[in-house]
Design a protein around this ligand. Structure first.
Ligand code: XMP
Length: 513
């Protein structure tokens, strides 16, 4: 079936699966493999092209991942991205150095349209950069085909050897014409014909789940968020009443959310699920008392979550499988292979060593958020649920910087509610990606009604993102922000300052912890 294949050779970058997925979107099959894949194996797989991913290392690091030089002589087209481009330059005799100016984020790049990978691309195009090292001199035989004022080799090529490299990331949405560049690579350089179509994910997964589960009992962790809702409905279609969904109200949910989740998935909702709500608020607040370190908080929340499940599982009797709505960005940002650990996402890095279940099923593990939404629609889940605001597993626990207390939860819930209400009133909800209020750990002096106050600052965040791996701050009309600020300060006790976070991802992350 997979006659044509592109191998994505993973050097530990954050975007390795995203590259594969973008290639698949060109109707060309792509697989991610670790950089330890042998040359013989590559020859055997006979790919139409190879893409070297980015990675957190410097080519000069002793431990840095490398590959045998012979790979460049196979005659198979290679595209190096970021670290991959530096590796190509370094191994073929170019010069890689620490850039005098690191580039992060959107950057205007001048490209040479005569290059096969830049055909049909605007001569000046917006690309996503994220690097501290750069290629200062291309290897002999290579032509520089893109540059920025501070990056002399933003892209290079040696068409005779079918070698191409870009310092920027064509795979992320913020590289405006990145999909065209990847398509140019697979079609113009690798000569692919585009013979691959994605299997219906839903159908295949339901079949696989049925085979795996047999007549076993399944317990599903339902948070009411998009991911776990899609996972739950997927499981219920696969194994029906063998499935019990447990919804843990950890006291770190958005305002009224517990009741809303119960209304949808509980006995009065449209689904045929065994639904159990566990009110564990107090238990969580006790565990979190005095804990300030973000990773420690994440671990506690994740671990407590599993403990609650174990208890529920015991009540239900022998449970074989635990289902979680982990999606791909959660996996990769928790540190897969050589990638740097950014955050240990709830349900992944947060898993305790000992888990009282036979196996964990994560049916969405390889999907990105927008693919999860597509799967949700295919499953017949209503649009309002599928497109609801993403909400992280550890909930408000990671939107409260520092120690979590019941009072701080109340503050952030109320502020967030006002923010969402005003965004909806202004008719902006549809155009925004993810937006929420967070409680900073900063207290400052203010004055209200002639009285001195010494209260917390709320940070408002809104980002546009399609894959959650990169994000840009959204523009919200000033009047709306001002209205939100006034209401939060007037209505939420304990807050005397409101700020708007402008940071993109990278260098920031979407959540605060
Ligand atoms: P970050 O903060 O890592 O967030 O840029 C990217 C996306 O992931 C969500 N997020 C999580 N989702 N468990 C989840 O299920 C987690 O531990 C977690 N941490 C962050 C975040 O809301 C954003 O949509």
């Amino acid at each position: 079936m997979n006659k044509e294949m592109i191998i994505v050779l993973d050097f530990g970058g954050q975007y390795n699966q995203l590259i594969a997925r973008r290639v698949r979107e060109c109707n060309v099959y792509a697989e991610v493999h670790p950089y330890t894949l042998s040359l013989d194996k590559i020859k055997e797989m006979n790919p139409k092209g190879i893409i070297f991913t980015g990675g957190p290392n410097s080519v000069y690091g002793e431990e840095s991942p490398r590959y045998q030089k012979e790979i460049f002589d196979l005659g198979i087209p290679i595209l190096g991205i970021c670290y991959g481009s530096q590796l190509m330059a370094y191994m073929l005799g170019g010069t890689v150095e620490t850039a005098p100016v690191s580039e992060y984020g959107r950057t205007e790049v001048d490209v040479d349209n005569s290059s096969a990978i830049f055909q049909g691309v605007k001569p000046q195009t917006i690309c996503w950069m994220s690097h501290t090292d750069y290629i200062s001199k291309a290897p002999e035989g290579f032509k520089v085909v893109a540059k920025t004022p501070v990056c002399p080799v933003a892209a290079m090529e040696c068409p005779e050897r079918k070698l191409y490299a870009t310092q920027f990331h064509p795979e992320v949405m913020h590289t405006e014409e990145g999909q065209k560049m990847l398509s140019n690579f697979v079609y113009n350089v690798c000569g692919c014909s585009g013979d691959w179509k994605m299997d219906s994910f839903v159908e295949t997964t339901i079949r696989e789940i049925r085979e795996k589960v047999g007549d076993g009992k399944v317990l599903c962790a339902l948070s009411g968020g998009v991911d776990s809702s899609v996972a739950a409905v997927l499981l219920s279609k696969a194994v029906g009443k063998q499935l019990t969904c447990v919804f843990v109200d950890h006291g770190l949910l958005r305002k009224n959310e517990g009741d809303e989740v119960e209304a949808v998935f509980g006995p009065d909702g449209p689904y045929e699920l065994n639904f159990i709500r566990v009110n564990a608020q107090e238990r969580y607040y006790k565990k979190l008392a005095g804990v300030t370190e973000p990773e420690a908080k994440r671990k506690i929340i994740g671990e407590e979550f599993i403990r609650v499940f174990e208890e529920e599982a015991k009540k239900i009797g022998a449970v074989d499988f635990l289902v979680q709505g982990t999606i791909y960005p959660d996996v990769i940002e928790s540190g897969l292979g050589k990638s740097a650990v950014i955050k240990s996402h709830h349900n992944v890095g947060g898993l305790p060593d000992h888990v009282d279940f036979k196996e964990i099923i994560e049916p969405l593990r390889l999907l990105f958020k927008d693919e999860v939404r597509k799967a949700g629609l295919e499953l017949g889940i209503p649009e309002y649920l599928v497109y609801r605001q993403p909400f992280p597993g550890p909930g408000l626990g990671i939107r409260i910087i520092g120690e979590v207390t019941a009072d701080k939860v109340r503050i952030v819930q109320d502020a967030d509610y006002i923010y969402r209400e005003e965004i909806a009133k202004a008719g902006l909800a549809k155009n925004l990606g993810q937006y929420f209020a967070a409680l900073t750990n900063m207290r400052s002096v203010g004055v209200m009604g002639d009285e001195r106050t010494y209260d917390y600052a709320i940070a408002l965040r809104a980002v546009n993102t399609s894959d959650f791996m990169t994000a840009d701050c959204s523009e919200i009309p000033f009047e709306v922000l001002q209205k939100v600020m006034t209401r939060i300060i007037n209505e939420v006790k304990g807050v005397n300052r409101v700020m708007y976070d402008l940071t993109s991802k990278p260098p920031g992350t979407i959540e605060f912890e």
